[in-house]
Design a binder for this molecule. Sequence first.
Ligand SMILES: [Zn+2]
Length: 78
Amino acid sequence: MKVFFYCVDTDARENGEHEVHRTDCALGPEDKIALGPFPSCFEAVQAARRHYRKVNGCQYCCAECYRIYTAATPPAKS
Ligand SMILES: [Zn+2]
């Protein structure tokens, strides 16, 4: 089974989300936490959620996980 290595951006976006990327993603962040190898972005997003509450898949390298997790997360109270 082919696996990819994933990481999560340590800098949150304006909306407070931390993006999960494959380490070979052209849009991968400079400051990141390595998550390890996973068979799909779904597992990587779950692993990233141990670090950050608001996590989203990268639109490009993790398109299957883009927006699906945050949609299930109630918006944070500000
Ligand atoms: Zn990416």
